[in-house]
Design a protein. Structure first.
Ligand code: AMP
Length: 381
């Protein structure tokens, strides 16, 4: 199999896109910053279902990093990305240099109102502007029929939806669910920064989010649940940036459950910043409402379950995968507490409860209905 062609200039990208458009091929764009993992590849997989040709952009966008952030240290892995994208069936890698995207004299900023200045942007001012600016440019350059984003960066997703709506950009947005490790940790290029010890603690972020989402869905007071979640995170070694319930579309903070909402968290673990979010089960969508939720023993339905999360023994991925308990845990029903394997099981079961439909690394879905354009078979060249 030949290497995936790498295009580094706007001119060459436009030539390639023009050829495909002449052939009436449907084009997908997957914007990334590289150091690719299964989360990115799930977007490529979804893109292949949505279009005939898939462009994956790899550009570590300086404009979405703050002055003291990890721009220069951000993981880069050209060879690994090439191999993964070849395997995943991408048609082109678009990897421009910074000066191609931001030549001398570049002085425009795209600002999406409303959803920009909260969550990540509150502690990383200008982050969403940086994302909106580069995504606008990538959309103008590649002119795709469909562009793919992950729900992991939910704020980014809603900002781009608004951008596309407000500027009448003729592109469909498709979103893919969060791909996680078996222990619940959302895949992220930044997970590479975690020390082995931090890596063992990191899945608690998802476990605590999941417990909060469940407690809120069961009618516990939102303020109390969020406070407990935040202090549990702090007591577990995380420095909490935010832990909040917000409307899924407007990102307005919610004091009570009133329609589709998500819990959002950003934390620091050592020098690594981690983000995650989960829907509130039962109000996320029609499908979520239709899916029966497992009934749990009464003592596990209190917000105290959040506090228990920090007391759960930490088990490494490897050890967990190898242990007989871990294997049997997969087969058993969830929520057995007070046993050494509880960490793994609690996370898995929380995940299963909180995410509807359940997300696996190999499961992806479009957020909007498939286009009415006829699907074509992938061509040869
Ligand atoms: P990044 O390279 O971090 O800018 O991410 C590129 C795209 O991949 C964004 O749309 C992210 O939301 C998406 N993405 C990153 N991690 C995951 C994940 N674990 N699951 C699903 N999508 C992801």
């Amino acid at each position: 199999m030949a290497a995936v062609p790498v295009i580094s200039t706007i001119k060459n990208l436009r030539t390639r896109v023009a050829t495909w458009k002449k052939e009436d091929q449907r084009i997908a764009l997957v914007p990334t910053m590289g150091a690719l993992h299964q989360g990115h590849l799930s977007l490529v997989e979804l893109a292949r279902r949505e279009a005939d040709r898939v462009i994956v952009s790899i550009f570590v966008n300086p404009k979405q990093f703050g002055p003291k952030e990890d721009f220069s240290a951000y993981p880069r892995d050209e060879a690994g990305d090439q191999a993964k994208l070849k395997q995943a069936g991408a048609d082109v890698i678009y990897a421009p240099e910074a000066k191609e995207i931001y030549p001398d004299g570049f002085d425009t900023k795209v600002h999406v109102g409303g959803v920009s200045d909260v969550l990540c942007d509150a502690s990383r001012p200008g982050h969403i502007d940086g994302v909106a600016t580069v995504v606008t440019k990538l959309l103008m350059q590649a002119q795709p029929d469909v562009v793919l984003f992950g729900e992991k960066d939910w704020q980014q997703l809603v900002a781009i939806r608004q951008l596309v709506r407000d500027l009448d950009i003729p592109v469909k947005i498709a979103a893919a669910p969060i791909v996680r490790e078996d222990d619940g940790l959302a895949l992220s290029s930044r997970n590479a920064y975690l020390s082995p010890k931090e890596r063992e603690v990191a899945p608690l972020l998802h476990a605590i989010l999941a417990e909060a989402a469940r407690a809120i869905s069961e009618g516990r007071p939102v303020d109390t649940v969020l406070k407990i979640g935040e202090s549990t995170l702090a007591n577990s070694g995380f420095r909490v940036d935010y832990f909040e319930l917000r409307d899924a579309e407007t990102l307005i903070p919610q004091k009570a459950l009133d329609g589709p909402a998500r819990v959002f968290a950003a934390v620091h673990l050592g020098k690594t910043r981690l983000i995650d979010n989960l829907p509130i089960p039962g109000v996320e969508s029609a499908e979520a409402q239709a899916a029966p939720q497992p009934v749990k023993p009464a003592e596990e339905r209190t917000p105290d379950a959040l506090v228990k999360a920090k007391a759960v023994p930490q088990v490494s991925n490897k050890a967990r995968a190898a242990s007989p308990q871990a294997k049997s845990a997969k087969a058993q029903s969830p929520q057995v507490k007070g046993k050494p394997q509880a960490a793994s099981r609690q996370v898995k079961s929380a995940k299963a409860r909180a995410e509807s439909p359940p997300v696996k690394a190999d499961t992806v879905q479009a957020e909007s209905p498939a286009s009415d354009r006829p699907r074509r078979r992938r061509g040869g060249a």
